[in-house]
Ligand binder design. Structure first.
Ligand SMILES: [Cu+2]
Length: 162
């Protein structure tokens, strides 16, 4: 009988996990040294011209990369935004030169902070209808991504309305 100690078992599990392709519905996408996870957006009020997109990006590589642009069929164009305080008022503006993801760092794009902005909305995000898109990084290149849709006003992907 073959007996495996815990280390061997873990090593085998890691090997198996690495060998298996990720399912298409995985909420995690790898592009180059980057892992893009938990992409979500939310339902917008009627007549809204813009919508925010949120996600986390982890850089597993040794060099910094930058999120420089994106696209989505729901938007005329997509920008990368940051929130800044301007005379006591929160304002958002485009991140000049793209959003840097330092080696080893995880950058969270979330409400009130960095976000992807769907501009010139053609149709607002609708619950139950994931939003397609792409993200382009300076070094890692372009990846397709799917944004899950949270309810109007949600502050996080899983539970809205706080
Ligand atoms: Cu914005």
């Amino acid at each position: 009988m073959i007996r495996l100690d815990l280390h061997t078992t873990l090593a085998l599990a890691a090997l198996l996990a690495a060998a298996l392709p990720l399912p298409a519905s995985a909420s995690e996408v790898r592009v180059g040294d980057l892992i893009v996870a938990n992409a979500w957006t939310r339902v917008t009020p009627p007549g809204a011209r813009v919508a925010g997109g949120f996600l986390t990006i982890t850089n597993t590589g040794k060099a910094a990369d930058r999120l420089v642009s994106g696209t989505s069929p729901i938007a005329g164009h997509v920008e990368i935004h940051e929130m800044t305080m301007d005379g006591g008022v929160m304002k958002m503006r485009e991140v000049a030169g793209g959003l840097e993801i330092a080696p080893g760092a995880t950058v969270e794009l979330k409400p009130g902070s960095y976000h992807v902005m769907f501009m010139d909305l053609k149709s607002g995000p609708m619950e139950g209808k994931p939003v397609a898109g792409t993200l382009t990084f300076e070094k890692a290149g372009t990846t397709a991504i799917t944004f899950e849709v949270a309810p109007l006003g949600a502050k996080s992907p899983a539970h809205g309305m706080n």
